[in-house]
Design a protein around this ligand. Sequence first.
Ligand code: SUG
Length: 459
Amino acid sequence: MSQTIDEGMRQSLNSVREVNFDGLVGPTHNYSGLAHGNVASMSHEGLVANPREAALQGLAKMKSLMEAGYAQGVLPPQQRPDLGALRALGFSGSDAELLTRAASDAPQLLRAVCSASSMWTANAATVTPSRDAPDGRVHFTPANLQSSFHRYLEPATTGRVLAAIFSDAAHFAHHPALPATPAFSDEGAANHTRLGAAYGDAGVHLFVYGRRAFGGDGVEPRHYPARQTLEASQAIARQHGLCEAQTVFAQQHPEAIDAGVFHNDVIAVGNGPVLLYHELAFRDEQATLDELRHKMSTSLIPVRVPLEAVSLEDAVASYLFNSQLLSNADGSMTLVVPGECQQREAVWRCIQDHLLAGHNPISDVVVKDVQQSMRNGGGPACLRLRVALSGAERDAVSGSVLLNDGLHGELAEWVRRHYRDRLAMEDLADPQLATESLTALDELTRILAIGSVYPFQLN
Ligand code: SUG
């Protein structure tokens, strides 16, 4: 009997795969320069965006990874413009009047309520796989994203979307976003890395924070905000039932944040036992590695990129570390990098001479063009939320959100039908854009079969 259970358990653990849930780029994708401390967002303010191209670039990345054998999911964008947010801030009148008034009286607010920032689903939530949680369920906490107004608008809908997709309470547990106040500033999985042997094996959770809310020693960035607090990361670990032996909390290097590294996933990426990171990723590199080694039940494979090989400026401009590191069946790993890595000589050299030629499992580099997203500071890794799921958990996923050829075709056709190929700042006040966007999203919830998740569908 016990042998049967062990065998069943073994099979279930072997069946665990990482599913990358990419955010679909929304119809209002634009360059508003909203993200302070995000060099790409700040420097591309005012550029004319191409939402159609952005969404198709995202879908092309998803399709090619699906075709290469990786499990791929999709998450819908949010309702934008968020007219409810404008009303809550005192604007009134018809929808068209709201937009006109906001455009003339508070253009920054109009920009914020139009942002398509939910595409970066690495910031949607923090996820703990069932293997690590004491109740054997997958745990989710939407990030409160309180450090910027345009992103603070995301968690309510994110929570509904996650609850609609991961609705089976036997497998999935949902927690409320942390209090949206600076002490608990949380940016989700972008500052969380799970390390271990195979996906089905026990993991150690590396939480990276930029500052402490209470009792810090004052060593913090000086120019740009630290978006994640230690207290937020600790609260999420508590919500998910993670104990001390399963967690490592490390401070991000303040110099990196001041150079434009606004999330840990702009300077480090982990997968399985591999941690690919820049010399200036962590304030105390040695202590971070030592604690990981001590707590992991498999040997950590650190892949360190020294400052002399890649400067912080090159790291931020190329997003080398915002790559997806994906496991292959033979134990090797593929690094999915943004096209910008090819344009920086030092970075491309580092990939060839240091990463591919080094003693580590990275055997292959794949280049993806996500330039529309990159110009707002979102690379391949920002665009996806990693959810490790067993076979039974994948079967329990609701809606049509796991990508296949049919769904990809439908989504690409939907984008071509509804999205504009040009969006400038002055277009944000166009009431027609709001109508187009809602029409598209209403149809999308039917394609994805996720029910009503948007405020306009619930009222
Ligand atoms: O929060 N950009 C996002 C980019 C998020 C990238 N995510 C990860 N690193 N995981 C941000 O800074 C710019 C939007 C604008 O300017 O309209 C923006 O929000």
